[in-house]
Design a protein. Structure first.
Lengths: 259, 455
């Protein structure tokens, strides 16, 4: 039997988001929600402004009518190397694993919400309500059932359903990473580049999202890291995110004259 | 200063012990009201824990709200009692005698109330003990890098210290009560007084313990609010991560705490008819202390603003802009300065105001309104994150549940004080007697002045 050597130690998962290719279709948002058993964003939940969108597409308007343009920026947990959410958790419910993932331990979380306050990307979501309850008290506050019938039949068996009072966030679809690495180990081979695909990456129609191992010099992600358009969100905070963004290309761009 | 009636020992006993030995006519109604107010909070907690934190106004990215504000407020109130008591004990200031115990008990009650708030604020309250290093067998340790570990450690150290402090000063009085009661009360006091006989050796040991505890608790008292401030200062939230926060919070705590003691003393004086014990002299002294404390507080308050402007970091300046110029924070800013500094300090400048009980009562409440708003003003705007990732801007709106919780915390503190007053004298009887022993009248010119004689 092959030793489990390659799988854990040497990887550092990362994602590249090409803003230029993003059309703002929100397919990644829906894919993420159904893959990860997130609560259903019913009308009530949305009116409370509490939908869970581990992957969200931020839309910014630029310019004035009629020359108005929409810009889209998909934002998810940045899996920072130097994550602000990690040292503030009193119970180690969030920590960094050997594969460069920022991991949330649902069982251990007590819900102090300090991590969410400290996350500059607002990537963390709190389970505000008891999942499904018939309590008459509940009606007074919110009519929402978190995952109502018949949607509870559609839950992904690979992902836990979170209870109230704990924090959750993007995991880079750790269940898919595990499945692929285990399959590779069984077949006694290395994980191929592009073999691991989080739900958002898989569903992106324009291939704006690329996922891979940043330590693998031949991976697509590593190639994009050197792109002149590459930047990180809120880079000045020193969080060292694992998600790299590629700037939008300005078609009207002309290099400055002189100099 | 210090012109008091000379009272005999029996008079002192009667006047100071009556709330314990008899039941004042207002006691039961007061307890009922306090319990109802507290019940309001118990209901709110029950709803919040059963249904989830959704019942509060907390929403991404504002995850800390009224409960944390209220926590900081009550920790602040708890700061005056032990400070007044231990500093004055160490300085051997004679006028402290009637004030100390009530102030210490206010510390214990408000600190215990404060400690409740981070707990009920947790998403999974029933797992609160996970922040304590208890699980040795499974090697599951809490993360000592987190301020939320420093916080309970500091608060429980302070709570333990303050409770010991109260108990130490209570021992001789427990002895007196044991000798004056019958039935189960006598059994209780006999047990609690730890065999107090009032002989010179016991008094000497108790005196030494008092000095030691006073000295030990002062650093703890400074550390507690510093650590509470680090909950905010070590974070990455703009306008929270300010190095000035620790001393700023401590001085703010003393400001609101001493004002809290003033409020409580006015109530005690009227409720227990202790006009001969709690005199205008005390209010005068506390008023003068408050002028210094309030000015120091204003200095740090302004420093906090100055550092944001001086640093010129866009996000920090953005939060400050929001705090000062945007509704409702700008209005709160105005209230904080006016109610917390301008009106009180200009009033405390006058001796006649400092010695006027009703004025002191009104002003002390004003100061605490301002200090509560100050904590709100410090905590919420930073979280609303008005500068980075603008897509997620949000506004905090407290829900009825949170307002009920804040309201009920006052009921809990009052209930604690009322219960204490029924079982123990709120003015130390033995200290009063000791004070009478040390006193001697000295004639200077035409006036008879009380003087303190010590061996």
């Amino acid at each position: 039997m092959a030793e489990p050597t390659t799988a854990v130690k040497e990887r550092k998962w990362g994602m590249v988001v090409d803003i230029d290719r993003c059309s703002g279709c929100q397919a990644c948002v829906v894919a993420c929600q159904s893959e990860n058993n997130q609560i259903i964003s019913t009308e009530d939940i949305v009116q409370q402004k509490r939908p869970h969108v581990w992957m969200r597409v931020e839309r910014y308007w630029e310019g004035d009518f009629p020359n108005q343009k929409a810009k889209f920026m998909p934002v998810m947990c940045q899996h920072c190397e130097n994550a602000p959410c990690e040292p503030v958790c009193p119970v180690y419910a969030t920590y960094h694993n050997a594969e460069g993932l920022n991991v949330q331990v649902y069982n251990r979380c007590v819900g102090t919400r300090y991590c969410a306050n400290n996350c500059p990307y607002h990537a963390r979501f709190f389970n505000q309500w008891e999942r499904n309850t018939d309590s008459p008290w509940r009606e007074a506050f919110s009519s929402a059932q978190m995952i109502a019938e018949p949607m509870n039949d559609y839950l992904n068996p690979d992902v836990t359903v979170r209870t109230k009072g704990i924090m959750e966030k993007c995991t880079f679809c750790i269940q898919r990473i595990r499945r692929v690495t285990r399959t590779a180990k069984d077949q006694d081979r290395d994980v191929k580049d592009g073999e691991v695909q989080p739900a958002c990456v898989q569903s992106c129609p324009t291939s704006a999202l690329i996922f891979g191992d940043m330590r693998d010099p031949s991976s697509k992600v590593t190639a994009k890291l050197k792109d002149a358009r590459a930047f990180h969100l809120l880079e000045d905070l020193g969080t060292k995110p694992s998600v790299t963004y590629l700037k939008k290309i300005d078609p009207n761009y002309k290099p400055a004259k002189g100099h | 200063m210090q012109e008091r009636k000379v009272l005999t020992e029996l008079q002192i006993n009667d006047r100071l012990l009556w709330p314990v030995l008899e039941t004042a006519s207002w006691w039961w109604p007061a307890v009922t009201v306090a319990a109802l107010v507290l019940g309001c909070g118990v209901t709110a907690v029950t709803i919040m824990v059963t249904l989830g934190e959704g019942t509060t106004g907390l929403n991404r990215p504002i995850f800390w709200g009224f409960m944390i504000v209220n926590f900081v407020f009550w920790v602040g109130i708890s700061h005056a009692g032990v400070m007044i008591s231990s500093i004055l004990r160490l300085c051997q200031a004679e006028w402290r005698r009637p004030v100390t115990r009530a102030a210490e008990v206010l510390t214990v009650c408000s600190l215990a109330t404060a400690a409740l708030f981070p707990l009920i604020h947790m998403g999974r309250v029933w797992r609160f003990y996970w922040v304590f290093p208890y699980d040795f067998d499974r090697m599951l340790w809490p993360d000592v890098r987190s301020p939320l570990i420093w916080d309970p450690s500091a608060i429980f150290t302070y709570l333990t210290g303050a409770t010991m402090f109260v108990f130490m000063a209570l021992l001789p009085d427990l002895g007196i009560l044991r000798d004056r009661t019958t039935g189960w009360r006598r059994t209780f006091y006999a047990f609690a007084s730890l065999g107090w006989r009032g002989n010179p050796r016991q008094f000497k040991l108790q005196f030494i313990l008092g000095i030691l505890l006073s000295g030990l608790i002062l650093p703890v008292f400074v550390s507690v609010h510093s650590i509470v401030s680090w909950d905010f200062a070590v974070s990455l939230v703009p306008a929270w991560h300010a190095t000035v926060f620790a001393p700023y919070f401590v001085i703010g705590a003393v400001h609101s705490g001493v004002s809290g003691v003033v409020t409580m003393m006015v109530v005690l004086r009227a409720a227990f008819k202790w006009q001969d014990y709690i005199t205008p002299d005390h209010f005068d002294a506390l008023g003068r202390l408050l002028v210094a404390v309030a000015t120091a507080w204003l200095y740090f308050f302004m420093l906090d603003l100055l550092f944001a402007i001086y640093g010129g970091e866009t996000r920090e300046v953005g939060v400050m802009e929001q705090r000062i110029f945007q509704w409702p924070w700008g209005f709160f800013f105005f209230l904080i300065i006016v109610l917390g500094y301008i009106i009180p300090v200009s009033a405390w400048m006058f001796r006649s105001v400092r010695r006027n009980i009703m004025w002191m009562f009104a002003i002390s409440i004003m100061v605490n309104v301002s200090m509560w708003l100050e904590r709100l003003w410090l905590i919420i705007p930073g979280l609303q994150n008005k500068e980075r990732l603008t897509f997620d801007w949000a506004v905090f709106q407290p829900s009825l549940i949170e307002i009920m919780l804040v309201f009920s915390s006052f009921g809990l503190v009052c209930l604690g004080l009322l219960m204490f007053s029924k079982f123990f004298p709120l003015i130390p009887v033995w200290e009063e007697k000791e004070g009478q022993l040390f006193r001697e009248e000295i004639k200077i010119g035409n006036r008879i002045v009380p003087a303190i004689v010590r061996e």
